[in-house]
Ligand binder design. Structure first.
Ligand SMILES: NC(=O)c1ccc[n+]([C@@H]2O[C@H](COP(=O)([O-])OP(=O)(O)OC[C@H]3O[C@@H](n4cnc5c(N)ncnc54)[C@H](OP(=O)(O)O)[C@@H]3O)[C@@H](O)[C@H]2O)c1
Length: 323
């Protein structure tokens, strides 16, 4: 039964992906997009975009900066971050773009960044947890965390929790947008956060990480429902980015010419940042500017979300957060 369900999930994900997640899916879905949704200015809004030097994160930062937002780009490489900053400043003419260097695979660095950033007491209107990786080998960080988990989950969790005081300052307009992936459809939520099984599979671990992001978003919406902060997870579709070229070269080759651009991948992130909160559902998962299911039919993944309380407790302890 378990193996059959797993095979069904993979097959259903493949069909959904090839028909909806590619460029043609975006072109089809964009026929119902409303141009006025994107004609909203963001002057005076403070935004953080993690992984903003490349791919979807860069396109997101550009989408926000071109609408006048103050954008803080969180990047691990000073050199790559500065190159992206210069490019963004020249394409958007926005003087309010800042580079914050932080390696998100280190909880210590996330905490140091959060401590410095929160000491300025500025309201934070939009936090975009975009940085992500798919590492195929089992790599352990200096802090003893499996690397995919450290960047995709632990950093997302710690950054969001540590930014809550600043997000609350921007309430009721504050929001957290977490860039998950349709890959999460292939797996339920599990307790095994750091893939302790033998035969490490980075693709499976990535999908598990992305499932946690969706379940955490649901949990945050419930926990912080009265704080005026909205929480949304989303899938960008399959976009041609440096990350995909590096981590999934065969998919990248097979779908050559059929992948979305980074801007098309960022479209729903920017849309979520711009829309009046009344239009959005906190805790929901979005794809191509509308709510999408968190589980595929007959996939047997829905009941696993009941584990999220346990997972969140474990994350708090692993990230050594005290609240
Ligand atoms: N592209 C797709 O088809 C697709 C599909 C589903 C979901 N997504 C999600 O979309 C997000 C963006 O991915 P992308 O495709 O745009 O990939 P990308 O081009 O590789 O961008 C990822 C960004 O994350 C940064 N990053 C990675 N590790 C980091 C760390 N330890 N500390 C700080 N920053 C770090 C990267 O920095 P460096 O440049 O320094 O490596 C880069 O700026 C990810 O969360 C990914 O899972 C993408």
């Amino acid at each position: 039964m378990f193996l059959l369900q797993k095979a069904w999930r993979t097959a259903a994900f493949g069909v959904y992906g090839f028909t909806q997640f590619t460029k043609s899916g975006f072109q089809e879905h964009s026929k119902r997009f409303k141009p006025e949704d994107m004609q909203i200015q963001m002057q005076g809004k403070n935004c953080i975009v993690t992984g903003a030097n490349s791919g979807i994160g860069y396109a997101t930062a550009e989408g926000l900066a071109s609408r006048g937002a103050t954008v803080h780009m969180v990047c691990r490489s000073k050199e790559r971050g500065e190159a992206a900053l210069l490019k963004l400043q020249s394409t958007t003419n926005n003087p309010n773009i800042h580079l914050e260097v932080c390696d998100l695979s280190s909880i210590t660095e996330v905490k140091a960044f959060a401590s410095k950033f929160t000491s300025e007491h500025k309201p934070l209107h939009v936090l975009i947890n975009n940085a992500g990786i798919l590492e195929h080998n089992r790599v352990t960080t200096a802090e003893g965390l499996e690397l995919n988990f450290a960047v995709n989950v632990a950093a997302t969790y710690a950054m969001t929790e540590l930014m809550m005081p600043l997000l609350e300052k921007a309430a009721p307009d504050a929001r957290v947008i977490t860039v998950s992936s349709g890959g999460m459809y292939t797996t339920p939520l599990t307790r095994d956060l750091q893939y302790s099984e033998r035969n490490f599979d980075g693709t499976v671990q990535y999908a598990r990480n992305k499932r946690i992001q969706v379940a955490l978003t649901e949990k945050w919406a419930e926990t912080y429902g009265d704080k005026g902060v909205g929480f949304y997870s989303m899938h960008p579709g399959w976009a041609e980015t440096p990350g995909v070229a590096k981590s999934l070269p065969s998919l990248s080759e097979k779908l050559s010419g059929k992948l979305r651009t980074s801007e098309e991948g960022a479209d729903t992130i920017v849309w979520l940042a711009l829309q009046p909160k009344e239009k959005l559902v906190s805790g929901a998962f979005y794809f191509d500017r509308e709510q999408a299911p968190k589980h595929l039919a007959f996939a047997g993944t829905a009941s696993s979300h009941s584990l999220i309380g346990e997972v969140a407790d474990r994350l708090r302890s692993l990230c050594r957060l005290s609240f």
